[in-house]
Structures are given as C-alpha cells and as structure tokens.
Design a protein around this ligand. Structure first.
Ligand SMILES: [Zn+2]
Length: 194
C-alpha cells in the first residue's frame, strides 16, 4: 500500500527569541515594526524570503501568532508569511474561523501587500482587519517577486465584502520604506526569488 507524506510546517527556531505569545504591541507602527523585524531576521538567518506577518488582537495589540516565509525550507509554495501567521493563529485559538463571534477582533499585519494567494487566504480566514507595508509595485521592484494577477481594487473587494460582518478593514502602506529595506537586502544577498 502506498502512503503519502503528512504535512508539517515549522517556523524557524529563532522565532521564540523575537516573539512571545501574549506580548503587547500597542500601536499599528509597533506591530508593523515587529513583522518587519521578523522579515529582516528571516533574511539574515537564511531561513526564508524577506517577508514577515503576524496576527494580533486588534484592540489590545496582543500577539496571537507570528509568521515568516518558509517556502524553500518547508518545500511548500503555500508557506508565505501571511499564510503561516494565519495557520498558526488558527491553531492557537482553536478554530479555522478567525472571525468567530467568541473571539476578539483579530487582524493580520504583513510587511508586504498580500500576493494573490494570500489575498485569498485573508478572504477565507475570517480575519477582520489587514494592515500592509510595501505595495505590490514595491515588492516587485525591490524584491523581484511575482505577486500574481491580483486585481487593482483588491483592497476594496475586501472592504466591501458582504455580509457586512465578513468585510475586512484594510490599512495600507504602513512603514513601507522600512519594509522595502528588507526586500533590497534580500536582493543584495542574491536570495532565491519565486
Ligand atoms: Zn503570499
């Protein structure tokens, strides 16, 4: 009988040095600085692409789950930073639906605007707010990454989602210049582009 592999995706060991569950990041800028630090560390430690993301409780800034890109190490094209943060958050809160009514309002903060895959992941995750750093244009220009055929009005599609309680608030271009520095650093190091 043929058996197939199980799937295990592991965040790098250094994550616990930077991220503690329950740590509090009061402002949106502090949350963005944290995910940019995740992206920068991922590049410096050679553990993946120049992208970081995290799920927070939107009202308190309490960290629920960090994520970094582990596409290469995980041998998984799905393992983008946003997807990792969402998956770890879903395990942490014990449900696939991050918009479940018994949960506090949850947000995803990501150092770069979601690619077409992560845009879809945001749609299905139940996350209620999305905060992004670099634009797709910056990610392509400074990192050379293909973000896929994401529609130009991708943010409005999330904002105008119905029913209204499934709509996603979107805040763009937070500390984008700082996030671009990590993309440039990855390019300087000749990191793998996919
Ligand atoms: Zn993605």
């Amino acid at each position: 009988m043929t058996t197939f592999p199980n799937i295990t995706l592991r965040l790098p060991d250094w994550i616990s040095e930077l991220a503690q569950a329950g740590a509090r990041y009061p402002s949106i800028e502090e949350r963005m600085r944290f995910v940019i630090a995740l992206a920068a560390t991922n590049v410096e430690r050679n553990t993946g692409g120049p992208f970081g993301a995290a799920v927070f409780e939107a009202d308190t800034g309490i960290l629920v789950a960090p994520g970094v890109n582990i596409v290469e190490a995980g041998r998984c094209s799905l393992a983008h930073a946003e997807a990792m943060a969402l998956m770890v958050a879903q395990q942490a809160v014990g449900t696939y639906d991050l918009g479940a009514t018994h949960l506090p309002k949850l947000e995803l903060v990501t150092s770069s605007q979601p690619c077409i895959q992560c845009w879809g992941n945001v749609w299905w995750s139940g996350i209620q707010r999305l905060i992004t750093g670099t634009s797709v244009e910056q990610t392509q220009k400074f990192g050379g990454f293909d973000e896929g055929p994401i529609p130009p009005n991708w943010a409005d599609i999330l904002r105008n989602r119905t029913p209204k309680e499934r709509a996603v608030e979107v805040i763009e271009h937070v500390l984008a210049e700082e996030a671009c520095v990590v993309l440039k650093r990855y390019t300087e190091k000749n990191g793998v582009v996919y």
